[in-house]
Design a binder for this molecule. Structure first.
Ligand code: ZN
Length: 238
């Protein structure tokens, strides 16, 4: 049986049979894979420590009829504090779910892996608001997947909107629209759009520096998810 070494982050787990678990793992080498961890729910299983959500580690897998089975694994990072706060857990669960959905298709996953790794680190060990990291993750994910919205000019007339206080935002047009061209669309403050612009540009190493004012966080929580659900075509907030 062919063996392989894969480095990955467990995005989701599903219990299976009496003591098995299926792990959906985002790997550096192959993108999203499903791996069966046989017997990992038995007491004393050597696979138990690795076979949980958000664990990052190195797996040795064997491949049989196209299916991957975990033969051994080493935990490199558990992001443990995520499990100690409901807010952290919620944000981490959302970004893991979004990562899984986005990586179901083909495409480069190096950048996604790096983004996910850094975002989980900041959620686990940072002292900021987990939601800020979560929103920054989704903003950067949009950019990564080619859906960066227009934020500084009107998509219909081309007018520069940076001097305005409030503008409109259209999911179907893909971003900002001036008051005159888009009165049917939702209103958004240019302050929030500027924060979104910066979040899309920030380096992954700098994620921990993201600090959103309360009003901006609330506004972007709605705006970013509405837009992301529209372009990705799946539900993200449930
Ligand atoms: Zn316009």
């Amino acid at each position: 049986m062919p063996k392989d070494i894969l480095n990955g982050i467990v995005l989701r787990t599903t219990d299976y049979r009496e003591s098995d678990r299926i792990l959906n793992v985002l790997t550096k080498e192959r993108g999203l894979v499903a791996v069966t961890a046989r017997g990992c729910r038995k007491p004393n299983s050597k696979l138990a420590a690795f076979s949980a959500q958000f664990i990052y580690g190195e797996m040795e897998v064997t491949e049989r009829a196209g299916k991957l089975q975990l033969s051994s694994a080493a935990v490199l990072e558990s992001f443990y504090p995520i499990r100690e706060s409901y807010e952290k857990l919620l944000s981490a669960t959302r970004i893991a779910a979004a990562s899984e959905r986005v990586s179901e298709g083909a495409g480069a996953f190096d950048d996604l892996f790096l983004l996910l790794y850094h975002a989980l680190s900041v959620i686990a060990y940072g002292d900021g608001v987990p939601k800020d990291t979560e929103l920054c993750f989704i903003a950067k994910l949009l950019k990564l997947e080619g859906f960066a919205p227009a934020l500084t000019y009107c998509l219909r007339c081309g007018r520069d909107l940076r001097g305005e206080k409030e503008v409109r935002f259209s999911n179907s047009l893909g971003g900002s629209v001036c008051e005159r061209c888009g009165s049917a669309f939702v209103t958004v403050s240019t302050l929030s759009l500027e924060a979104l612009r910066r979040m899309m540009l920030i380096d992954v190493q700098e994620l921990r520096r993201v600090r959103l004012p309360d009003k901006v966080r609330e506004e972007l929580d709605r705006l970013i998810y509405n837009y992301a659900e529209y372009v990705f075509e799946f539900t993200m907030k449930r």
